[in-house]
Design a protein around this ligand. Sequence first.
Ligand SMILES: [Zn+2]
Length: 174
Amino acid sequence: MISRLPVFGVVLALLFVAVGATAAVAHFWDGNHWANSAIDYRDIVDNYDTELSSARVDWNLTTNNPTELYDCNCTGGWDIQVGDANYGANDMPGWSGGYLWSELYIDLNEYYMGGYVPNKRRAVITHEFGHAAGGLDHHEEQGRIMQYYVEDYYDTDGLYQLDAGSVGELNDLW
Ligand SMILES: [Zn+2]
């Protein structure tokens, strides 16, 4: 069974509220990250290869990003496997989960992604890499690609690449 990390993220967020920590909360999954900053992903998507490649190129071109993504073209030894399927109306265009920091999965939901323009798909993919490659949790501020809803980070803010604040958090973590 794969334990889905978004549940963990929600629990963590509630915990922070419960102890009253409102400022300078680190937006990290568990405060750890991949052992290597060169992170391999296996691409098994059927529909979004172009957007996935664009997201990887953008990620690697982002100034001061301490991590790099590689499409391993492999069947084993990957860090992250990226796939897509129609998961129906579950309110999530994409999510990340699996085993920290040994085997993670990014799932893209065709139910939503199929209706998005290419840059909005890139936004979702970059957001999920923020979780699965970067170790970032959700962020509530406008101007962050790690906001929970794509309606906020893409529709409102127009983000489909890593924003400077998220890069800062990556450097704090890594
Ligand atoms: Zn997310």
